[in-house]
Design a protein around this ligand. Structure first.
Ligand code: KG4
Ligand code: ZN
Length: 338
């Protein structure tokens, strides 16, 4: 089954064609990052307009690259939530029009379920159930993937997402948006023990986490050094910060492996590209005898292929939409009715 998948929830316009949820036939992306960089973050209206300009050309490019005709496309899938609402609407409208014009089913896909499904593309043998640590620009949660379309949230951030904090700290250190990857690179030359930064303490639900205290502590440290004219060891600050984020995430992963008995842990989302987190998850999982699944860096950030992968399983579960499909800025991953 060839699924044409559309993703436009933030600052990447993406169209992919994925076969049977596992094989990427093409993955076309038009990134807007350079455009938003001058503003230090995504400007929603600009994002929507750029999606509008890019989306048709990308779909055409996807068909040309694969040599598939419109008749050989079996369904159209689209990210319908969550994201910047104007941006998601562009993709949803395009997908509705494409599905209607081609007479094919329309499959709505939750963006975070898509991130999780990036693992199916990287590991053809991976099947649920497994645990998944989702760490992206807007979401941070520990999910039990009981089946392809059945999830349970063990814990979630109570305030900021991990990616948001990486970007904020990077920005204050003068790195261009989105600074997560640059901060990660810088951290590799530093000492993670040099600066003392707080770790999120377990609350009522020990799987929940918090990043705002850590973010504020890092920002205060930077501003204070600036005020007193102290020169910071930036690589070590980046390393200490990355370690504090990882120390908030990874013990919860280890606890979940221990308490649930799952023996497979996947990571997903843009921040899953972080080298400290990848290494620490690997070490923790190895100690517990668990298998680790991590998408290659190219599939960690937003892309269309991950939406095509999840769409296949949504389709098999009967989750198709009609022309009344709407877009949502926020929606739970749990899959309540549309
Ligand atoms: O999943 P994603 O592409 O978009 C959302 O769905 O939010 O995640 C983007 C986030 C940004 O905050 C970006 O800075 C962060 O992922 N990111 C990283 C790394 N690469 C991307 N954060 C830390 N280390 C990285 N290597
Ligand atoms: Zn994303």
């Amino acid at each position: 089954m060839n699924i044409l998948a559309v993703e436009s929830s933030c600052d990447e316009t993406a169209v992919a064609i994925v076969k049977d949820g596992r094989e990427v036939l093409c993955d076309c992306i038009a990134s807007q990052v350079d455009l938003h960089r001058i503003y230090g973050g995504v400007v929603p209206e600009i994002a929507s307009r750029k999606h509008m300009e890019a989306i048709y050309g990308l779909a055409d490019q996807a068909l040309q690259q694969t040599g598939l005709s419109r008749e050989q496309i079996d369904a159209v899938a689209v990210t319908y939530a969550p994201g910047l609402i104007g941006a998601v609407l562009v993709g949803v409208n395009f997908a509705k029009a494409a599905a209607l014009a081609m007479g094919k089913p329309l499959i709505p896909v939750h963006h975070i379920r898509g991130h999780i499904a990036a693992n199916y593309l990287a590991y053809p043998q991976l099947e649920p159930p497994f645990l998944c640590l989702v760490v992206s620009g807007g979401h941070t949660m520990l999910v039990e993937v009981q089946d392809y379309t059945k999830m349970n949230i063990l814990g979630t951030t109570l305030d900021d997402a991990a990616g948001e904090c990486f970007d904020k700290v990077a920005r204050v250190l003068g790195m261009p948006y989105p600074g997560g990857a640059a901060l990660d690179k810088m951290a590799r030359q530093g000492h993670p023990e040099k600066y003392a930064l707080p770790r999120s303490k377990p609350g009522e639900n020990p799987y929940n986490m918090s990043f705002s205290g850590l973010k504020t502590a890092a920002l205060n440290l930077i501003h204070h050094a600036d005020q007193i004219g102290e020169e910071l060891d930036v690589p070590s600050l980046c390393a200490s910060f990355s370690q504090a984020v990882s120390d908030t995430l990874v013990p919860r992963v280890a606890m979940a492996l221990e308490q649930t008995g799952y023996r497979k842990i996947a990571v997903a989302g843009g921040v899953a590209a972080n080298s400290r987190i990848r290494e620490d998850v690997l070490t923790a999982a190895k100690k517990m005898g668990a298998e680790v699944y991590m998408p290659p860096l190219s599939l960690c950030g937003d892309n269309g292929a991950m939406i095509g992968a999840q769409a296949y399983y949504e389709y098999l579960a009967g989750n198709v939409a009609d022309m009344s499909l709407n877009a949502y800025a926020t929606k739970s991953i749990l899959g309540e009715a549309l």
